[in-house]
Every structure is written in structure tokens, then in C-alpha cells.
Design a protein around this ligand. Sequence first.
Ligand code: LLP
Length: 406
Amino acid sequence: MPAPAIAREHGTPVYVYSRRAIVGHYRRVAEAFAAVSPLVCYSVKANPNLALLRLLRDEGAGFDVVSGGELARVLRVGASPKRAVFAGVGKTDAEIEAALAADILMFNVESEGELDRIAELAVARGREAGIALRVNPDVDPSTHRHITTGKRENKFGVDFRRAQFLAERILKLPPLRLLGVHMHIGSQILEVTPYAQALRSVLEFASRARERGHPVAFVNVGGGYGIHYKDEEAKPVREFAEALAPPIRDAGFRAILEPGRFIVGNAGILLTRVLYVKESGDKVFVVCDAGMTDLIRPALYEAYHKVWPVESDRAPFDEGSPGLVTTDVVGPVCESADFFARDRRIPRPVPGDLLAVFSTGAYGAAMASHYNSRPRSPEVLVSGTETRLIRRRETVEDLWRAEEGL
Ligand code: LLP
């Protein structure tokens, strides 16, 4: 499907996703971990669009949710709640109630207070609740500090000593059943070693809990598998599976995985049109119609996304080519952090050119905002030669739909 045709039909900015890439990535994970009968719980936060959830549900995926909103989305596409796990350090009563009512597979519990609250609400409802304790294995996954979650100082999970205490407590809380142990050490991880290291202690803990009489059946190794942003820097998921699956299998557990970025990240691009090319000081600024309200990753994490003109016959797709110009590719938002690329070599664009911002299927549309009163951009799913609008462009009325008091 030629990108310019999509841009003409739906306007810009527009997110474009590939169905085949999404399904292919999902299958790659499921197949790599086949030895441990994995429940692959797509991490909804990466891209919560209903059409994508539906697609993954049809593939047999489960879902990792972190809020009542995400749970509602999963139920909305008719996915089985018995394939849903619920993480997050700040679950509210309303969210816990909704998850109990839906009868999800398990809560990934992050604190003693939360454990007690789930028990109270479960008793009040006359329900049982599946529990996984989220442990903090204190490993360094060598990724950006904002997306590290498994180090001692992070707010996620509890250390093994406390987890041990919580496991004992569960024995005294009849509606709770300890079905799993959960870890998630961070995101965009390019190394297998931190997972393998964390898994060792997690398996030890899980085996001990089982010996103590808990019906622990699952070890949840979380998500975080890195993808290609710059070059071919990410490892095939097979390599993670080769290190993780055998010890899980040997210990007699099933695996739960929570990949988000790996499934959708490289399956999406953001198309944006160049509005102006301006020079100031020593800089060439390429001003686009998309901004940090569409894709905040560069502003938030100084994340690298490839940017390249779609219809470029001027240079091969290679930042090392001769005849390129060093530019800052920026958006229209009134913030200096509103950029997609800084000091980036690209063929000099002219106003009206279409640019592609690559690897934006994960944490792109999902983190979009209305800042500067900018309506959010549409999303299109390409399937073979067909394109389907899976989220329409917002109108200005959508901006104030929830506001009152005019
Ligand atoms: N499981 C848990 C408990 C998580 O907290 C996350 C992501 C995942 C699974 C999925 O991780 P993934 O496979 O997508 O790496 N906004 C940041 C990423 C934040 C990730 C938060 N947790 C970014 O744009 O890089």
C-alpha cells in the first residue's frame, strides 16, 4: 500500500499499522516460547486500539492491563477475562471490583495494602481472586532510566523478603489463591542476561511457594523485549526464549509473557507532512504537521526514531549518503521539546513533502495528548492491499466533549 495514497485519503498526521507485522510478531513470541505453553498477554498500554486488540484476540492472545479503562477495552473486544492479568501499583477499589466482577485470571499484586484490599473486596463479593506477586528482582536492564522497573529503587513490585511475607499472608486470606509470580524489569531491553539473572531468583521463590502449598502454576516474566529503532539492534525473541524457557519448563511452570512494544512497535509508522523549512542561526528546521502531541517519545526519553521522506528519489535510505542536510525535524507545538529528530541528516525536504517517522506503533498513539488543543490523529490498519480506518481523526468538538460550564 503506497503511503502517499493513505496520506491523501486520510490526511496527515496519520498512524499506519501493518496487520501482517503485528500478527507475525505475536506468532514469533508464541512459537519461541512454545515449550512452556505460554500465555502471551499483549500489553495493552503499548497500543490500546480496539481493532488491534481484536486482531490479537483472534490470534489467541491474552492481555496485560493496568487500569479499569484497559480492562474495559479487553472486555469490549470480547476477549476472555480468564486470559487477562492486571498489573499496576495503584489499583483503585472500582478497578479491583471491575476485575473481580469480570473474573480475570489474576491480579499482579504490588504491595501488602493492595493484597488486603483485594481480599476484602473479594470476600464482600463472595469471589475468589487469582494472585501473582510482583517481585522486584533488583537487576539492571541497561535501558533508559525512565523505563527501568526492576531495580531496588523503582516503585514496582516488592523485594523477595517482603514477597515471602505476602505469600504467608495469602495463606490466611481464604479468597486469595497464589497462582503465579510476576517480574517485569523494564522496557526496550536489548540483553538477555538481566532476564536470566532475575528469573533464577523468581523461579526459586515460585518453587518454594509451591512447596509451601500454594497452587503456583505460572511464572510471568513480563515484557520489555527490545525492537529495532536505529539499525538491527534488537535480538530475535528466540534468544530470550532460549535462555528463559528451559529453566521455566524444568521447574514445572507455565510462562506468561507481556510483550507490548515487540508486537506493535515496528509494525507502525507516523506519516506527517512538511509545512515549512526554516533556517535560523546555524540550524535548518523542518517543521511538520505532527508534533509531540502525536509522538512524545523523543521529548520524554530522547528516543531515536528514524525519519525519512516517503517519496525520496533524491538519496538512498541511508543517513550516511552524500548530499544530505543536517536538520532538526520538529512539530508545531509551543515547546522546545517538540521534536522528532535533532541534528539528523536527511534529504532536504520541501514544504508538502511527506515524511515517515518509523517504529511508532508502540507508545505513539497510546501516549498522544490534546496539548495545544490539537485533535488526535487517525489510525489506519493496512491488511494486504486494503486499508481500514481504525480510529477517525478527532474534531475540535472532541476536544471539549467532556467539558461543562460554558
Ligand atoms: N508488563 C508490565 C508490567 C509493564 O509495565 C510493561 C510496560 C509491559 C509489560 C510492556 O513492556 P514492553 O514489552 O512494551 O516493553 N512509554 C515507554 C515505555 C513504558 C513501558 C511501561 N511498561 C516508551 O515509550 O518507551
